[in-house]
Design a protein. Structure first.
Length: 162
């Protein structure tokens, strides 16, 4: 059975992608905070503009041909059964802040976490209203990976602010 058939329509699929992307980004941002004292650590962030461009192209395709297509980019790839692989990018601005002002670096990471949390909550609520359930928690097929290995200790050191 094709698991994507469980997603009711294109809008739901789009919202599921947004929810998963924000979950992946949350893990990267938690890693950034967790590793501030790790020698040689370089903070990363998700390719936000790339993701927005993918969503815009998918919506344009839907409007034109009534189908939702997610095209691979350099750092974001899509596979079978809703699989999404994202390669986080070095965050040069955050790296400079980490080297020069740990307080400003931490404030930046917290601000990104808050923005990301809001984006995730809005997408989840829209999905809940659209489907009548909390779809990601109901087991809809959303497989994801962060390229270049799993995040170390990220899950063990975080609280879910959502």
């Amino acid at each position: 059975m094709e698991l994507l058939s469980l997603i009711p329509d294109n809008l739901s699929e789009l919202l599921v992608k947004i929810v998963r992307f924000t979950e992946l980004r949350r893990d990267v941002l938690y890693e950034n905070i967790h590793n501030t004292r790790t020698p040689g650590f370089a903070p990363r962030d998700m390719p936000m503009l790339e993701f927005v461009e993918i969503l815009n192209a998918a919506i344009a395709e839907h409007l034109q041909h009534q189908r939702l297509l997610f095209a691979d980019t350099e750092n974001i790839r899509f596979g079978k059964n809703g699989r999404m692989e994202v390669t986080p990018l070095l965050d040069e601005n955050a790296k400079t802040l980490l080297e020069n002002s740990r307080d400003e670096y931490t404030e930046l990471q917290v601000a990104k976490l808050l923005e990301n949390s809001l984006n995730r909550k809005v997408a989840r609520e829209l999905l809940r209203l659209k489907c009548g359930i909390d779809a990601p928690m109901a087991g809809l097929p959303v497989n994801e990976t962060i390229a270049k290995g799993p995040l170390k200790d990220a899950a063990a050191h975080r609280e879910d602010p959502d």
